[in-house]
Design a protein around this ligand. Structure first.
Ligand SMILES: [Zn+2]
Length: 346
């Protein structure tokens, strides 16, 4: 039978059937402490696809860190075919300071593909591209909303056909949002070297959200199942079909003030609905927050103190609008999955 060859990351070679954490040196901090990007490599006995899972590209988006921690403790990780490279903290600098950015205030996800002689962000991007992305066939990059914002679990994708779209559907998040690539993003650079990347967005910056975490862990395992990296019998597929959206827009604050929100993530709205109210602190003046078009709320602010023009609600136009029921069924599916036996999590 076919046997895999050793897999190299950094200056470490992982043998077939082995798993280990590899520290990739990225330089020294200002106090001369060495800085690493750590990757956990699970290299199966049998050859197969190479997939990476990454989190905290934005240092305050910590939900993916917990998704990866739970993923690595799943019993099925002992039966991987091919190779999984998990990088729970890509932007270590931002993670340490609870910040989206690097110390030079750059956004890592605008610095790809990076350069070994560029800024700190460019150098980190270059290392991540060379050591992780370029070695993988497929990747899943885990994000959350920015701090003081929350997202309904969703997969973002650039195309609604082909293998990547099939993988996006198998993930089982309630919504797939077709969104254009951003200049300098990891997804764009990955595409240029032939690595297909799904982006998962769920929950809030600097917070955990149990449903968003569970949808994430199950989603990564389901993608591995679809790629033949784990036995089909070991991972439950979702019976819920995701809703595809090709358009989304932000409802912005009509005035600065104090916000009351009448709708939550996963709620549907109709054109012209009043979905919130901004008032002054005395309650003397009130401004309605109105949905311009109907759709599904896939993101919203968590901070009730708003400036004029702040994005309050992110609304996606979807084919299916009974998402409250959809989310309830997803939660039930996940609760019934033996993977989420309490003992496994804590
Ligand atoms: Zn992000």
């Amino acid at each position: 039978m076919d046997k895999a060859k050793p897999f190299r990351v950094g200056n470490v070679s992982v043998r077939p059937g082995g798993r280990q954490t590899v520290n990739i040196q990225i330089g020294f901090m200002s106090n001369h402490l060495p800085m690493h990007m750590s990757a956990h490599v699970i290299h199966g006995q049998k050859p197969g696809p190479v997939m990476f899972v990454s989190a905290a590209v934005h240092g305050d988006e910590i939900i993916g860190v917990e998704i990866i921690r739970r993923l690595l403790s799943a019993p099925v990780m002992n039966r991987v075919r091919g190779t999984l490279i998990a990088v729970p903290i890509v932007n270590a600098y931002g993670f340490l300071s609870h910040s989206r950015y690097l110390p030079d205030r750059r956004d890592l996800n605008r610095a790809f593909p990076g350069s070994s002689s560029g800024s700190l962000a460019a150098q980190l991007a270059e290392t991540f591209m060379r050591e992780i992305v370029a070695r993988a066939d497929v990747g899943i990059d885990l994000h959350s909303a920015a701090v003081h914002r929350e997202n309904l679990p969703q997969i973002r994708i650039t195309e609604d056909n082909g293998q990547l779209f099939e993988l996006a559907k198998s993930f089982g998040a309630p919504v797939i949002l077709k969104a254009p690539l951003r200049e300098g993003s990891m997804r764009q650079s990955a595409l240029e070297v032939g690595t297909k990347v799904l982006l998962y967005e769920a929950g809030e910056g600097l917070r955990f959200d149990e449903v968003a975490i569970r949808v994430g862990v199950s989603g990564v395992l389901r993608v591995m199942r679809a790629l033949g990296m784990v036995p089909a019998s070991a991972v439950r597929q979702s019976k819920m079909l995701p809703s595809l959206s090709r358009n989304s827009y932000w409802v912005r604050a009509p005035e600065g003030g104090i916000l009351r929100m009448y709708k939550a993530c996963g709620d549907s709205v109709a054109e012209g609905d009043v979905i919130g109210m901004v008032s002054d602190p005395f309650g003397e003046t009130e401004f309605e927050v109105v949905a311009k078009y109907g759709g599904l709320i896939i993101g919203r602010t968590r901070l009730p103190v708003v400036n004029q023009g702040d994005g309050l609600f992110h609304i996606a136009q979807v084919q299916k609008l009974d998402m409250a029921d959809h989310m309830e069924r997803i939660e039930k599916e996940l609760a019934a999955d033996p993977l989420y036996d309490e003992d496994e999590i804590i």
